[in-house]
Design a protein around this ligand. Structure first.
Ligand code: GDP
Length: 424
């Protein structure tokens, strides 16, 4: 069977984690290849309910090797806390089933602080950062001003490297932001506490992936966030600071020669968006509040209420295109049960013209949605497991989306549990 990437088609929170958790049965290795612990996957399975932030969602399956690739923002403190909390819930995490790339860059103690200081400076123009230090981390990575995880095996060199970086960063913290400098003792403490904890997991994961591939093992690449948050293709500057697209998976995983034959794009049956930025099909008032409650749309990391909106055909078609999706998993169809009619944004109006192509980011805030309504259904569908048992209107909604988006919908999810799924 072919390698597969599971990616978000929209703004994130589509339910990728639940799809990875389901599909890991068919794969040997799961790799997270970008992003950090700033968003979260919620996974519910036979072991319990988990909020994952950086750990790959294959961590629950016995025999599956999970990898954090070189493209992730590796925050030793957050990762260790996450490992500890998942272990406390009865899941075994050892260097056998979790491997961290020695080429992953470390998110350093000052990155979170930089994130907060900058959002504060921006005030009402803030980006809506989760303040986990992701943007400062990636900008430092590209400036070559952070540390590779593998440097932990060179204790004297890493100390000197950190000292040099600290000297530079303190100039910015104190000079630009007027903040307190970070001391060398704080950094040593961080090294001894958190980095030492994650060190046993660090290895040459490129070698692991290459050998596995030569031995016919199947690899699942797991993305964070969605197409519209991609640094290059999303709604810049309201994007994340890494590439969320499947095309980046080989680079960020540590296996640049990987072939990805299957790209499963996860699409929610309606739209949600966390944080700032243009969101054309956004709904407001009671209608929005009902949908938010029905879908439990509150951030896994921050608890922030998510903005909700109508299914956006314009944005979703674009998302499918940039991901090169070969198939779709449609999630949260059960949340729409009980709506007499379902709003769908089929096109946008921009400068007096109706458009179907997703516009350039700077034009988005001037676009308005063209909404039509599809017939809803009243029955609870969360117990349905076969396509033919879905109410006719639900089948029509899915078929309409499939035809309009031009991509086969292979999975329809009707609940957060592992088995709440309809295969088509
Ligand atoms: P991810 O980051 O893309 O994995 O998405 P999140 O985990 O942030 O958000 C998806 C949320 O929806 C989680 O709380 C899931 O448990 C839940 N979920 C996923 N699929 C379904 C579904 O089909 N129905 C319902 N009701 N909830 C779902």
């Amino acid at each position: 069977m072919a390698n597969c990437a599971i990616v978000g088609i929209n703004w994130g929170d589509e339910g990728k984690g639940r799809m990875v958790d389901l599909l890991t049965e068919e794969y040997d290795i799961v790799v997270r290849y970008q992003g950090g612990g700033n968003a979260g996957h919620t996974v519910i399975n036979d072991k319990g309910k988990f909020a994952l932030h950086l750990l790959p969602s294959g961590i629950f399956r016995d025999g599956v090797v999970n990898i954090l690739g070189n493209g992730v923002a590796l925050d030793p403190e957050n990762l260790w806390n996450e490992i500890s909390s998942v272990c406390e819930q009865g899941v075994g995490i050892t260097p056998e089933n979790l491997k961290i790339s020695d080429r992953a860059s470390l998110l350093l103690p000052w990155h979170r602080e930089m994130d907060e200081l900058e959002e504060k400076r921006l005030a009402d123009k803030k980006y809506g950062s989760t303040k986990q230090g992701i943007a400062p981390f990636y900008s430092d990575k590209y400036q070559k001003k952070t540390i590779l995880a593998g440097e932990l095996f060179y204790p004297e060199k890493i100390k000197e490297h950190l000292r040099d970086l600290l000297e530079w960063k303190n100039l910015i913290l104190t000079g630009v932001y007027g903040a307190e400098p970070i001391t060398e003792a704080e950094i040593t403490d961080w090294l001894n506490t958190y980095c030492e904890k994650i060190k046993p997991f660090v290895c040459d994961t490129g070698e692991v992936l290459k050998t596995a591939s030569e031995n016919g093992k199947k690899i699942l690449f797991e993305a964070q966030l969605g197409s519209l948050r991609d640094l290059d293709y999303g709604i810049y500057p309201y994007t994340t600071s890494s590439n969320t697209t499947a095309a980046y998976a080989p680079i960020g995983s540590g296996f640049p020669g990987a072939k990805i034959e299957r790209v499963l794009g996860v699409v929610k049956a309606y739209s949600t968006c966390v944080g700032e930025g243009p969101f054309v099909s956004e709904m407001f008032g009671d209608e929005a509040e009902e949908l938010r409650k029905a879908g439990n749309e509150y951030g896994a990391k921050t608890g922030r209420p998510r903005r909700v909106g109508a299914m956006d055909i314009v944005a979703t078609s674009y998302g499918i295109e940039v991901q090169g999706a070969t198939e779709i998993a449609l999630t949260k169809l059960d949340v729409l049960s009980g709506m007499e009619q379902i709003p769908v944004c089929e096109s946008y109006m921009l400068d007096g013209k109706e458009i179907h192509r997703f516009p350039f980011p700077a034009a988005l805030s001037d676009a308005t949605p063209v909404i039509t309504y599809k017939k809803g259904w009243m029955q609870d569908i969360s117990g349905v497991r076969k396509w033919e048992d879905l109410p006719e209107a639900a089948q029509e909604y899915v078929t309409y989306l499939e035809n309009t988006l031009g991509c086969p919908i292979k999975y329809v999810s009707v609940g957060p549990e592992r088995d709440s799924i309809i295969l088509r």
